[in-house]
Design a protein around this ligand. Structure first.
Ligand code: AMP
Length: 193
């Protein structure tokens, strides 16, 4: 099973994707997290990604796609996965579709977290990540609107829009209620729960 969670920076994608991955027993695949780990470990990839991340810009596809492809080949992703932060452009979405198609896979649902801009800015400034300064936050919102939001049209036949305002548990419930039944059935752990 393949899920994608999309939404502007600060919408809560990472938090919700982590919880959904646990509930559905699938892999959480976050390109932002992969970049942050690479950065913390000071790998060449992390070093190359840093200046883009610091500026709120997209890391070039040549780096991002190779990293994503490797992550999807990990054994835990064979059970299914929830993508968080990839794809971020229509070009990346097309690359992803091709990558999945060769394995006979496709995305089952695209969850769109909808949160008003003023709430996003407040949340991001509160979490204090190094790329969460006001200028960078503004730039990341712009990049989302210009480059990433169009992927919602690309996946329009499977977008489920979720109200992302309110506390984590409330939003999680809305997501679980909004998931197509076949996703829940397919993603249940096989221990009879
Ligand atoms: P995130 O944790 O998803 O907010 O990502 C943090 C930063 O990592 C972004 O602002 C980008 O600089 C970079 N990044 C994450 N995912 C991608 C992607 N799919 N394409 C390009 N850059 C990305």
């Amino acid at each position: 099973m393949g899920l994608l969670i999309v939404g502007p920076p600060g919408a809560g994608k990472g938090t919700q994707a982590t919880e959904l991955a646990a509930v559905l027993n699938i892999a959480h695949v976050s390109t932002g997290e992969l970049f942050r780990s690479a950065l913390a470990a000071a790998t060449p990839l992390g070093t190359r990604a840093k200046r883009y991340m610091d500026a709120g810009e997209l890391v070039p596809d040549e780096i991002t796609v190779a990293m994503l492809r490797e992550r999807l080949a990990d054994s835990d992703a064979a059970r299914g996965f929830i993508l968080d932060g990839f794809p971020r452009t229509v070009g990346q979405a097309e690359t992803l579709d091709d990558l999945l198609a060769v394995r006979g896979l496709t995305l089952d649902a695209v969850l769109e977290l909808v949160v008003p801009d003023d709430v996003l800015v407040q949340r991001m400034l509160a979490r204090g990540r190094s790329d969460d300064t006001e200028d960078v936050v503004r730039r990341r919102l712009e990049v989302y609107t210009q480059a990433t939001a169009p992927i919602l049209d690309h996946y329009r036949d499977r977008v489920v829009a979720i109200d992302g305002e309110g506390d984590v548990a409330k939003v999680r419930k809305r997501i679980l209620d909004g998931l197509p039944p076949r996703v829940l059935a397919g993603g249940r752990p096989t221990d009879g729960r």
